[in-house]
Design a protein around this ligand. Structure first.
Ligand code: ADP
Length: 777
């Protein structure tokens, strides 16, 4: 190994072996027994010696073999982990970073490992995900999303706090993983030259191992003639797989949701417990639908049948909710886990004997023709299908039901295409430019994106003023890259900071408001619950909401349409007309957040119930808001009130401005327009329809787009009681009446492409704002 050549041991660093032993004595025996039963346990010596002798390693092992939870613990007491001092007196190392593509995995792993080590979360073992850092300077094992690692590289190009970086789930090939791998290759080289090596370990369940080992490269051979590196050493953990029987459907199905429900009950009646069922579905909404259908039907089962416990598993779920999948329940109750492909390799669910695979996945796809990125449901790859199947055979022989014919399976792509080949590269390129990578075309990509997508992204960044005409990063671009937000959103913050400097004496603070709106946009999901959901809440007797009428009443209403007997929807609608802002979604979000924050903590839940706003999401919004303000302060983007003033500030804001003024509305919306640009503006055309301003693809005059039903601009239309609506609108200021031209066009944050192109998060604007934007100062 080359670790003995480097500097001195920092006397301030706690000796790692000691702290490790101390915590070890606290580990409960059970957890230790579980650790020892993991397939990886017997390979710890091999792993330690490989890493000791080489700066890089590829570690391959089945999902659940113990890679993510054990690797840090195996390496913690190694001599090369000690903090070292390099030539200039700078300190290096002491901590291991383990990257995860998903924030939930990072959080859940940190929790698990701190339990195993008997320490409290955030101390020796911690995590760092976007908008949430639970770790401190003394943290030694740090689970971190690959996006946050990129952010760290921006602040410290040598990743000096780490002795090792473990890139986990490398087969997922997220954009951030790919960028991280390319950058880490360079950092390993720099640190090696300085005599303070950084260990790089790439881990995966399924992977083109040779390709990866060749890409990261091993240690240079002394006196070798060529500069080319040998391949990195590979360590394989053999899996213990039980046979899994596979069934296909005879024909292609129209509705795999129904088929999944049938299959669940078939299995339940046919096979005895224990033996849980894992269903792979596409997204959170589909999962909620499927799960509640199964729950309803399970209530109608004969009493002699075993009970069913339905568990949901998707990324935007609360970590506490997620922890439920690991809880060992009653062996006489059958657990049915309905999950996204998060359960494919990221999270190992114990107890599964039966897998139901819908054969689909929701994936981000960039449509060059339209210039938009959207989530699309696509076929999975054969590699994915095999991984899903494997989930059934971890503990005993199992079965896998594929809800598609065998012929379809054969037509699936062999491997899942890496995200970098089909996403919008703008964010990725800005990341690289800000980290000093000028020659983007020659950056070491594991798979290189097409020239066309590079060019499109460069153009986008140029339009956002992040790059100058020569393609160099601008001051605006540098500021933008510091925010963990997509370029379209970070541009808005920077614009708000500029605007604020120009209008120092206005009482209403643009930056504060813009951060508030962005915080609402940054949670995974809509803070405003959609009408389908309220009925579901009301139908569940356990979650019966006193504000919502029972099922029976609703039916009665449908038949007779009586006016006194308001339906749940009408009631919520009336409430919502109090908070809606006539300009659209951006300002409505601001209204909601301001009112929410002006309530006392114990009243916030009630507020959410009344207006059918998601309380868990609002908690997240609060947190994101705090973090974004922190980033702004750090980078001196505008002046912000202190955190301790936040509560007071929103109270006074609501008292002073129950409605956001028209001037302020315009200021805020102009900032957002700078972000989305002319590409996300649509003009009103005959018949109340909208058409995009810019030509895209072969649609020279723009494409037709419609407002998504979730937008508050649709609320008025969905209302049954016209008179009430008119009254409410009168009190909301009636922007349109007072102001010519407002509403002749709309801008939107997102497009979802299903039967039509739907605009999401939409606000009315004036066309002249678009012209102003390109007129220059
Ligand atoms: P790999 O990285 O090889 O897929 P992991 O280290 O993630 O394997 O998982 C090892 C074992 O630890 C699995 O059986 C898994 O179910 C269990 N495990 C992982 N995370 C948690 C958690 N948060 N709570 C309880 N058990 C967990």
């Amino acid at each position: 190994g080359n670790d003995s050549t480097a500097g001195l041991v920092d006397p301030l660093t706690p000796v790692p072996t000691k702290s490790h032993e101390r915590s070890k004595s606290q580990i409960s025996k059970d957890l230790q027994l579980v650790r020892e039963s993991l397939p990886i346990w017997g390979f710890q010596d091999e792993i330690r010696s490989t890493v000791r002798n080489s700066d890089t390693m590829v570690l391959i092992g089945e999902t659940g073999s113990g890679k993510s939870t054990q690797i840090g613990q195996f390496l913690l007491d190694q001599p090369w982990m000690l903090r070292k001092v390099a030539g200039g007196g700078r300190k290096y190392g002491g901590c291991i970073a383990i990257t995860q593509p998903r924030r939930v995995a990072a959080i859940s792993l940190a929790q698990r490992v701190s339990n195993e080590m008997g320490t409290s979360l955030g101390k020796e073992v911690g995590y760092c995900v976007r908008f949430d850092n639970v770790s401190d300077q003394n943290t030694r094992i740090r689970y971190i999303t690959d996006g946050m690692l990129l952010n760290e590289i921006l602040h410290d190009g040598e990743l000096s706090r780490y002795s090792a970086v473990v890139v986990d789930e490398a087969h997922e090939r997220s954009v951030s993983t790919d960028l991280g791998l390319g950058l880490l290759k360079g950092i390993v080289e720099t640190r090696r030259k300085k005599g303070v090596p950084l260990k790089l370990i790439v881990m995966s369940a399924t992977l083109d191992v040779e390709k990866m080992a060749g890409f990261i490269g091993g240690d240079p051979i002394p006196d070798a003639k060529s500069e080319e590196l040998p391949v990195a050493p590979i360590c394989r953990i053999p899996g213990k797989m039980h046979p899994v029987e596979v069934y296909y459907t005879p024909t292609t199905l129209d509705n795999f949701q129904t088929a999944a429900v049938k299959t669940i009950f078939q299995i339940h009646y046919q096979y005895p417990c224990p033996g849980d069922i894992l269903v792979f579905d596409t997204g959170s909404e589909e999962i909620e639908d499927l799960a509640s259908t199964v729950e309803e039907l399970a209530l109608q089962m004969e009493a002699d049948k075993p009970k069913m416990n339905v568990v949901r598993l998707y990324a935007s779920l609360d970590p506490a909710e997620q922890q439920k999948v690991f809880v060992k329940g009653d062996p006489k109750v059958r657990k049915v886990i309905v999950a996204t492909n998060i359960a494919e390799t990221s999270i190992t669910v114990p107890g599964v004997r039966h897998v139901i695979d819908c054969g689909k996945v929701k994936m981000k796809r960039f449509r060059h023709q339209l210039g938009i990125e959207s989530l699309l449901v696509t076929d999975i790859s054969q590699a994915s299908a095999q991984q899903r199947k494997g989930r059934a055979g971890r503990e005993a022989p199992g079965t896998c039901y594929r809800l598609y014919p065998e012929a379809c399976f054969k037509k699936f792509e062999k491997e899942t295409e890496p995200e970098i080949l089909h996403c919008d590269l703008a964010g990725a390129l800005l990341t690289l430019k800000a980290r000093g990578v000028d020659d983007i075309f020659n950056f070491p990509f594991l798979d290189k994106p097409s020239r066309q997508s590079f060019e499109k992204a460069l153009l986008t960044l140029h339009m956002l003023d992040a790059l100058d005409d020569a393609g160099n990063i601008t001051e605006i671009g540098k500021k933008m890259s510091k925010f963990p937000l997509p370029p379209v959103q970070s541009r808005v913050i920077v614009a708000a900071g500029e605007e604020e400097k120009l209008n120092k004496d206005t009482e209403e603070d643009v930056l504060v408001d813009v951060i508030d709106v962005l915080s609402c946009l940054s949670v995974e999901g809509n803070i405003i619950l959609q009408s389908g959901r309220w009925n579901k809440v009301a139908d569940d007797p356990k979650k019966q909401d006193p504000l919502l009428p029972s099922k029976k009443k609703k039916r009665k209403h449908n038949e007779e349409d009586s006016d006194e007997d308001m339906t749940a929807e009408e009631r919520v609608h009336t409430k919502r007309m109090e908070i809606v802002h006539s300009s659209g979604d951006h300002l409505t979000y601001l209204n909601i957040l301001r009112r929410y924050l002006s309530k006392r903590t114990n009243e916030q839940k009630q507020f959410c119930r009344e207006y059918q706003v998601s309380y868990p999401l609002m908690r997240k919004v609060e947190n994101i808001r705090k973090q974004l303000r922190g980033y702004c302060r750090l980078d001196k983007v505008g002046e912000l009130p202190r955190d301790s003033d936040m509560k007071y500030e929103s109270e006074t804001m609501v008292a002073r401005y129950p409605r956001v003024s028209q001037e302020q509305t315009e200021r805020i919306l102009r900032c957002f327009l700078k972000g989305v640009g002319v590409g996300n503006v649509a003009r009103k055309v005959a018949g109340g329809k909208y058409r995009t301003l810019t030509a895209s693809g072969n649609a020279a005059g723009g494409v037709d787009v419609v407002v998504h039903p979730s937008s508050c601009l649709m609320w008025e239309r969905s209302s049954g009681s016209e008179s009430k609506k008119a009254k409410k609108e009168g009190s909301s200021g009636g922007l349109e009446k007072r102001d010519e031209g407002f509403g002749e066009a709309v801008m939107y944050q997102d497009v979802v492409w299903t039967s039509k192109a739907f605009m999401k998060c939409v606000s009315k604007i004036k066309l002249e704002w678009v012209a102003d934007m390109y007129a220059g100062p």
